[in-house]
Design a protein around this ligand. Structure first.
Ligand SMILES: [Zn+2]
Length: 322
């Protein structure tokens, strides 16, 4: 569960601020110098967030004023490599991120499967949200497959989706071995913004899955395109910043679709287990938290006899996506 933790109190969102989520698989010849220029651009605009640059492309989530976000989008679209890059926009602010981080990595999303991945050849089978939904509803051979981590699907997911018990995307290749019986089914996969599906679909095909479709633009695109007709979706959407949860179902007045790890009650409140090095992210009912700080320990740590007083919670981890 390393690397996933959040500030306790989500920041309030000023009306004129937003968060942009985007990625593109496109050849970047000199990621290091690109990242340097990009950092300067973001600093100049006062944007905060997390951007990963690799030879295979760019993956970012940034928050700031609407004006800064607009300027940023325009600056990117003037670069022919990113001219057609879609942006998913949500309410949120620079406060959703502790700082600006622009990093160079071997992959823009880490699968680490030694997968020969060529986006031009492998990133196929995209279905727009309405079409993806139609197949999910009408085709009895279709299997909806969530390629996100377990702690993400905990708080919201498509109804009936297969949700592998993984803590990292890089664990998916191993987990996939347990789903060989689905190889002849029509796989409808999805993730938050689409980036993981690009690689996951190539991975599934290599593993012998014959028909693999990805939800274009992910949950964020589905929510935007099908506003009012999202009915296959239940719950809220986990996001990798200090907002933690983007209200979707609960914003429409539905009860939370998450389950408290201690009490089994409906909730969408996450905490990191306060025992370091556990720090596991889990869901807990709000009133349990109010009742005793011991419920900030995950069920395993609590069962091991730890209490809030005896847990090692001296060092505070920092927010970092997966
Ligand atoms: Zn724990």
């Amino acid at each position: 569960m390393d690397g996933v933790s959040f500030m306790e109190n989500p920041h309030s969102t000023p009306a004129d601020e937003c968060v942009l989520l985007y990625y593109k698989y496109v050849r970047i010849d000199d990621p290091r110098s690109f990242a340097g220029d990009h950092r300067a651009l973001c600093r100049g605009l006062g944007l905060r967030g997390r951007i990963i640059v690799a030879e295979e492309g760019i993956n970012g989530t940034v928050g700031g004023t609407d004006e800064a976000a607009d300027t940023y989008r325009r600056a990117l679209s003037e670069d022919p490599r990113f001219a057609d890059m879609p942006f998913k926009l949500s309410r949120g602010a620079a406060g959703a991120f502790p700082k600006l981080s622009v990093k160079v990595r071997p992959e823009i999303v880490t699968l680490g499967a030694n997968l020969p991945f060529d986006p031009k050849r492998d990133a196929t089978g995209h279905l727009p949200p309405s079409e993806w939904k139609r197949v999910a509803e009408e085709d009895p051979e279709a299997v909806v497959f969530d390629v996100r981590n377990r702690y993400e699907s905990d708080v919201g997911r498509f109804r009936g989706a297969v949700t592998p018990p993984i803590d990292h995307f890089r664990d998916l290749p191993r987990a996939l071995e347990d789903y060989g019986h689905l190889r002849d089914k029509k796989i409808l996969m999805y993730c938050t913004g689409g980036i993981r599906c690009e690689k996951a679909s190539a991975l599934f095909r290599r593993a012998g899955f014959r028909e693999v479709y990805q939800l274009e633009g992910g949950i964020m695109n589905y929510e935007r395109e099908l506003a009012g007709r999202e009915d296959l979706w239940e719950g809220d959407c986990f996001v990798f910043d200090n907002r933690v949860v983007l209200p979707m179902g609960t914003a429409r007045g539905e009860p939370p679709a998450g389950t408290c790890a201690h009490s089994g009650r409906a909730t969408h409140r996450y905490v990191n287990c306060i025992h370091n090095p556990c720090n596991r992210l889990f869901l807990v009912a709000e009133d349990l938290l109010a009742g005793s700080p011991d419920y900030r320990l995950c069920p395993d740590c609590l069962a091991a006899g730890l209490t809030a007083a005896t847990a090692d919670n001296k060092s505070r981890p920092t927010a970092n996506g997966a």
